[in-house]
Each structure stands twice: as C-alpha cells, then as structure tokens.
Ligand binder design. Structure first.
Ligand code: NAI
Length: 677
C-alpha cells in the first residue's frame, strides 16, 4: 500500500512515532494526507505522538503538480483538524524547512520543537495564493498579527530562533530527537488548540498601514493583499474564518495570477536543464579570469568573488587595473552595506582577487570571461592573447551583447571550449545570464556555464546565435513598436505609464533614459547599411541623440530631469519633436488607449519570442519567459510574454500582431500560426 510507504507509525511503549517519508521535500501530496489520517487513528491509545519527517526537511509545502487537477480527499484542512482534535496530543519535530502546508500541519500540533536554523514560512503568496489549510487563521492566533503579516503577505521565512521568540515554537534544540525524548518524560499540560485561541491585541492602524505598503510594493500583483484580507478573517471564529480561507484558496488556484506564477516556478526549474546539456558533467571551477574591468567586468568579478571563486582581472594598463580593483572593492563594500555579505566575506573575497595588466598572470585560470569594449578586433586580440597563455582546454567566454561570437572566436584552437556568457547590467545584481551556444561548443562546456550561473545565483538561459540573442533581440522589436506608437500619436509618458500599469517595473522610455541612449544609437548606426529599406524607420531617437539628449546622466533624454532628482518630467520640447516627426512623415496623429498600447507591445514581444523558438534560438517558449522576467522587468505574476499570450489566447495575440504588421508594412515578420511551446 502506498500510504504505508509515505507515513509510518511505530510504537515505542506509550509513545507513537509518526514518520513521513515522501522525498524530495515531504510535500503534502494525497498519499501523505491519507497517511496522516490513518496515523491519527493508529496512535490512539498512546500517551503522545511525535510527528517527524525523513530526509533533509520537514514538510516543505504542497505538491504543486497536483494543483491543476481537482482536489482529492482527504483535504488538508480536515487532516489538520483531526491532528489538532486528536485525544492523543501531537508534537511536531522539525528540521530543514517548514513551509506552506508543512507549517499549517505544525500549527495543528500541540507542541513544536525545531532544530536550529529551521525555516518557517507561508510562501503561498509567491505563487499567487493564500494558504488553504488554516495558515492565515492559525498563524495570527499563534504569533500575533504583525508577524503573521510579514510571513503570509511578504513570504518571509523566519528562522527557528526568531520563531521561538515570537512564541510560534516551544523549543529549539541541537539534537531535537533527544530534546523531544526529554520533553515527553514530564509532558506539560496540553495547551489549548491554536484554532480556539483569539488573536492577541494589535495596534489599530496596523491593518491599514500594511495595506498601503503592500499595495505600493505589489505592482499589480494581487496575492499579498489577498493574504492580508484572509488574515483579518482570523478575527472571526475559526469556524467561519477557515471555510472562507479555503474557498478563496480554491478560487485563487484557478485564477490567472496563480497559474502564471506556477508556470514561472516550473519554468525556473526546467530552464536549468536544457536538452543540450543532458548527460553532460560540468567541470569544477576554482579560479577565473575576467578581461576588462569596466561596468560589466567589475560586476561579473564581484559576483564571482561573492560566490567564492578566485578572480584575476586583466586590464589594459596598470592605471586601468587599479581603477578596476577600486570598482570591484566598492561593489563588495556596497554588498556588505546591503547585508548581502559579511565583513569577513569581503576580506576573503578581496584576498582571492587581483587586478593586473599582464595576461600571463591568468595562465592557471579554468575559465576566462571577456568584457572589453564592444569591438570585434579588440575582442579577437584578447582571445588570441588568452589562448597563448592559458591551458589549451581552458574555457573561453565572451560577454558580447551583439557581435557574433563565431567571428570573435574564429581561428581559436579547440573551438568546443568557446561559449558566450551574456550578463546583464548591473552584473552583480541582475539574475539573468544568457548562455550562448555556438555550433561547436561542447555539452560539457555548456554544462559548466550553467553550473557557473547557478553558483553565481543567476538564472541561466540557453540561447543560440542571432542579433542580440534572445533578450536584446526582443527588446529591439519592443522598442521599434513603441517608437511607431509615438510617431502615430502616443507620448513617451503615456507608453511608459501603460506598461507600468501592466506591471512592468519600468516603461521603455524611462529605461532608456536610465541606461543611456548611446549604445542603441551606436547599434543603429552600425546596422544602418544592412537595414531593410522597406522597414518603417522612426528617427525620433536618433534626433534626440544628435541633440545630446542621451538620458538621465545628461539631465535630459526622452524626459527632462531636475538636478539631483531621478524622477522623469515630461518635456514639451520632446513632445514637439515627436509631433514634427509625425508631420514630416505625413502622419495624422491619433489617440491610443492604454489597452491598445499594452496589447500591441505585448503582441510584438510574443511574436518575436515565437520566432526565436521557431528558429531554435530558444529551446522552449518558457525559456523566453525567463529571459523577460529575470532580465527585462516583465512582471513575474504575468508569467512572461509567451505565457501571457497563451493565457489571452494565441489567436487573440496573433490578431493584434496582424494589425501591428498592417499598420507598419514591411517592418514585421510574423511567426507561424501555431502557438510556440
Ligand atoms: P566598459 O567600457 O565600461 O568597460 C570596458 C573595459 O574594458 C574598460 O575598462 C577598458 O579599459 C577595458 N579594456 C578595453 N580593451 C581591453 C584590453 N585589450 N584588455 C583589457 N581590458 C581592456 O564597457 P562595458 O559596458 O563593461 O561592456 C563590456 C562588454 O560587455 C561589451 O562587449 C558590452 O557589449 C557587453 N555588455 C554590456 C552591457 C551593458 O549594459 N553595458 C550588458 C551586457 C553586455
């Protein structure tokens, strides 16, 4: 019987040991729920029952693979109620993570004992949900409303020591099993069930203040506020609050936000295992070389040092090497200030770091990442010099944004060791890493790229070769359509506000002002000769650049900026320039609603993403979503542009794209009719 495998009861005198064994994380799947029901019956007659889990963790959540199907009995709220009402009291003996359904089960027990470092949380909010088995009803009763808001609405994981102080657990013990044996020798009086307590008094303004903060930070995501609302039901009797929580959980599970966030959850795991590295074993890396210590090279070095790698940074001359050293040290100091690194961590990182102007110093590195100027000859020269001093098998990686890596590595011996590692700025913070495969890159080298990405806490996404790889190619399409909208009647502030309203962290024009307009300008100039003459070309951005309006740093770009203030202000000069561009091209300007703007820009993203999948540049549509979410500020709770197109219907997205293509003939290549997967 399956249940016999997942939950086992063993009697030791008058003590019942109930052990869950459901690898990898002892999720509350159907067999565990049934096993718990059976065990409540089996332990009757004992003096006390101890609930524990095998493996590396206590129950660390629900089984999300069951979420798309209708719920199957027994339901978790009923199981927990049985544990709570059992005449034989249960003690939860916990280690690892006690999350979601696991925390809910633990709160149904009479006592809770945990190993040091055990993490407690209700991460349902991160997948668009509220807890569905009494989590929002028992938690405020157990630890008070303020701490419950932190955990349920913000998804914060609280460690055992803090949970003990909050009163959520009874004991933290190095050897929890020994502690529980001692605890049961003289069992204290059984405390009242958590569900029958009332929520301790809290400041009257707490709920309103929390609502305002959550609303501000949610950027359109609903689940933080849903959790807050559910917590307030704990002020009612459990008998009315808990059914409300359950009903809302079931509704939210079927709603778009949770579907999108669950898609992202699974996509993040799938993206790390592309077909192209199946069976390949990554190489061990201990020291790397970074060539070029500018904006990107410094960020990459800081990320690698934080991950415990030794880094040799190579610059053009000793002054540039000193500058690069200072830049990296500043980044590490800032990490300490943000509490991302300890002082001791910074000291050992600095010990593992050197910045030099001599390539020979990097001869023993396992891998080199080049981040010098975006210039083919400079990059080719760097790799020729690296190839001379490094082992003939050492991995060579380029961080180029747009140059074809095949041109960069042309002529290098052992081309199977060459790869693109495309980081995003700021490289020590941004999660995305595009791992670029060339036709001859070996699976082992690719797998090493993925392992490095993981070590640097990045989301690695495999990309083939095309202009801009996955992300910047989509960005080019997105910006092109945004410029068409400007020429046809919209304003930068309207486009930005519409996209922010959709949930993007910033609109396309604010982003350009923040990062500077010059790189894209240089790119347009570089591509001018090869541009398709039938393509509609809008010159507004070029004109801004020619006027020296290069973005925030110059105090003006698509917007103007007051000195010392980063808030974009609408600029009548820019709007007049846009209008005159429209007039010159004989365009009668018209109005666009926010929905028309977001509809068009999202259709363009989905179309370009579909083409990228069709061409085999990305392995799957979900990979495209990961690039957009982790590199371009696409709202996680919308699931990415490909998931969003699927959600509204691929045919609906196609219809908008057809309209976009009709409005700007010669500018767009349409993806195939079939939705990409
Ligand atoms: P940067 O201009 O800030 O830094 C380049 C550095 O390379 C300078 O410090 C320069 O002294 C050094 N350098 C130049 N030639 C060298 C040589 N022969 N040997 C050693 N060092 C040399 O440029 P940034 O922004 O860091 O970009 C570097 C690369 O990263 C470019 O290929 C760029 O396309 C790519 N990239 C840039 C992103 C960005 O947002 N800036 C994002 C992703 C990739």
């Amino acid at each position: 019987m399956l249940n016999a495998l997942t939950v086992k009861v063993e009697m030791d005198g008058d003590v019942a040991w109930v052990t869950i064994d459901n690898p990898p994380v002892n999720a509350t799947s159907q067999s565990v729920r049934q096993g718990l029901v059976d065990s409540v019956a089996e332990v009757q007659g004992a003096r006390v029952a101890i609930l524990r889990c095998r493996g590396k963790t206590f129950i660390a959540g629900g089984d999300m693979s069951e979420f798309d199907a209708p719920p199957v009995e027994p339901h978790l709220p009923d199981v927990i109620r049985m544990i709570e009402d059992s005449p034989v009291p249960f003690i939860a003996l916990m280690h690892g993570n006690v999350l979601g359904g696991g925390f809910e089960v633990a709160m149904g027990c009479a006592w809770r004992i945990a190993a040091p470092g055990t993490g407690f949380g209700l991460p349902e909010v991160n997948v668009g949900l509220i807890p569905g088995a009494g989590g929002t009803q028992r938690l405020p009763r157990l630890i008070g409303m303020e701490a419950a808001i932190d955990i349920a609405c913000k998804g914060r994981v609280v460690k055992a020591d803090e949970m003990l102080k909050l009163g959520g657990i009874d004991r933290v013990a190095k050897d929890p099993e020994a502690a529980v044996r001692e605890f049961i020798t003289a069992l204290p009086a059984r405390p009242g069930s958590v569900s029958r307590r009332s929520v301790p008094a809290f400041e009257p303004e707490l709920l309103e203040e929390s609502k305002a903060t959550l609303l501000k930070n949610a950027k359109g995501q609903k689940s933080p506020l849903e959790n807050l609302k559910a917590l307030t039901w704990a002020l009612e009797p459990f008998e009315t609050g808990q059914p409300k929580e359950r009903a809302r959980f079931v509704e939210l599970k079927a709603a778009p936000e949770s579907r999108a966030l669950r898609h992202v959850f699974f996509a993040e795991r799938a993206v790390a295992k592309p077909e192209a590295i199946k069976g390949a074993v990554p190489r061990e890396l201990s020291s790397i070389a970074v060539v070029g210590g500018g904006l990107m090279g410094a960020g990459i070095s800081a990320a690698a040092l934080a991950a415990g790698l030794s880094v040799t940074l190579i610059e053009r001359d000793s002054a540039a090497a000193q500058n690069a050293h200072d830049r990296v040290a500043d980044l590490l100091r800032a990490a300490v200030q943000r509490d991302k690194m300890s002082n001791q961590g910074m000291d050992s990182a600095l010990e593992a770091f050197r910045a030099v102007d001599d390539y020979a110093v990097a001869s023993d590195a396992d891998l080199a990442i080049e981040a010098v100027f975006e210039d083919l000859d400079v990059k080719r020269d760097v790799f020729a010099r690296l190839a001379e001093v490094m082992d003939s098998n050492a991995i060579l990686a380029t961080n180029t944004s747009y140059i074809d890596p095949q041109d960069i590595f042309d002529g290098i011996a052992n081309p199977e060791r060459c790869i693109g590692l495309h980081f995003f700025s700021p490289a020590h913070i941004m999660k995305l890493l595009e791992i670029v495969k060339m036709p001859r890159t070996s699976p082992e080298v690719l797998a090493t790229g993925f392992a490095l990405g993981k070590r640097l806490r990045k989301v690695g996404v495999l990309s083939g070769i095309c202009d801009g790889f996955i992300g910047n190619r989509m960005l080019t399409a997105y910006r092109r359509e945004a410029d068409y909208l400007l020429a046809d009647g919209a304003t930068p502030s309207q486009v930005d506000a519409a996209m922010r309203g959709f949930g993007m962290s910033m609109g396309p024009y604010e982003v350009q002002d923040l990062t500077g307009l010059q790189i894209a300008w240089a790119n347009r100039k570089r591509n001018a000769a090869s541009r398709d003459r039938n393509e509609r070309y809008v010159t507004i951005a070029d004109q801004l650049c020619e006027m020296g309006r290069l973005g925030q740093r110059e105090g003006k770009g698509w917007y103007r900026y007051e000195p010392g203030n980063r808030k974009p202000q609408r600029d009548p000069d820019v709007e007049a320039l846009i209008e005159s561009c429209s007039a010159e091209q004989g365009i009668t300007r018209r109005t666009f609603t926010d929905d028309e703007i977001t509809g068009r820009l999202l259709a363009v993203l989905a179309n370009e993403g579909a083409r990228i999948v069709e061409e085999g540049i990305a392995e799957r549509a979900a990979d495209v979503d990961m690039v957009q979410i982790h590199g371009y500020g696409f709202p996680r709770w919308r699931g990415g542009p490909m998931h969003y197109a699927k959600e509204i219907g691929w045919d609906v997205s196609r219809k908008v794209m057809n309209l976009v293509a009709e409005e700007s003939p010669g500018s767009w290549i349409l993806a195939r009719e079939k939705a990409p997967v």
